[in-house]
Design a protein around this ligand. Structure first.
Ligand SMILES: [Zn+2]
Length: 226
């Protein structure tokens, strides 16, 4: 658990223990000692006013759909194949997004949740398509066959060739379209139907959404308009 889980959204007060308890797996027992300790040491009055100001406000982007964070657990949660979700995340050092399928999430005690995804890449078909702008070009993903982003210490399903490690809170959910829509695609990419995914929105659309989310999460209020 992190401080931002037990501090109210305005960053000025310690959450009431009953509110914190709602997010705990084990809900029984009396108020734990760590809570009493925090209450005595980091607050200045009985209402839980914090002794310090958090220098960076914790801003979340309520607009971005996100995969739920699994409860704190000492074991890795492997997402069952049928419920694996499509996700994207802004990678600052690449100044770009990565796409992928969510394989597993670690939400270990006292750590921030980390996820692993099978890396899929955007296939640029603009040259061979009839679509006139990037925003109207279908957003097609194919499996990454291995790149510099690959996290080679992954423990789990070793079949995916490229696996990326990301902070779970930076993930945004994507919508992949059903098989029927892939079949209707014209012209169809030169890849078997089962080996590509068709996303609901365009590549520039997701890039913009992920970049905005990155800015908002880090405390910048302004959104960029293209
Ligand atoms: Zn890759």
């Amino acid at each position: 658990m992190f401080l931002d889980h037990i501090i109210m959204k305005d960053n000025a007060f310690l959450e009431d223990y009953n509110t914190i308890k709602k997010n705990l797996q084990y809900k029984g027992g009396k108020i734990p000692r760590w809570y009493t300790f925090l209450k005595e040491n980091i607050t200045i009055n009985n209402q839980g006013r914090l002794l310090f100001d958090l220098d960076k406000p914790i801003i979340q982007n309520p607009m971005a759909p996100r995969p739920p964070t699994p409860p704190v657990d000492g074991n890795t949660l492997h997402h069952p194949k049928r419920s694996q979700q499509w996700v994207t995340s802004w990678i600052p050092h690449l100044s770009d997004i990565v796409y992928g399928k969510l394989l597993s999430t670690n939400n270990f005690p006292n750590c921030c949740p980390v996820s692993y995804m099978e890396h899929w890449v955007h296939k640029d078909i603009s040259a061979s398509s009839l679509h006139t702008s990037p925003r109207s070009t279908p957003n097609i993903l194919i499996r990454c066959q291995g790149c510099a982003q690959h996290f080679s210490y992954y423990v789990g399903d070793m079949r995916p060739k490229c696996i990326i490690q990301v902070k779970h809170k930076d993930l945004i959910l994507l919508e992949a379209l059903p098989k029927k829509k892939k079949e209707d695609l014209f012209p169809r990419p030169n890849v078997p139907i089962k080996d590509f995914q068709l996303l609901k929105y365009s590549h520039p659309n997701y890039r913009l959404m992920a970049f905005n989310d990155h800015l908002i999460q880090r405390g910048y209020n302004s959104t960029v308009n293209f």
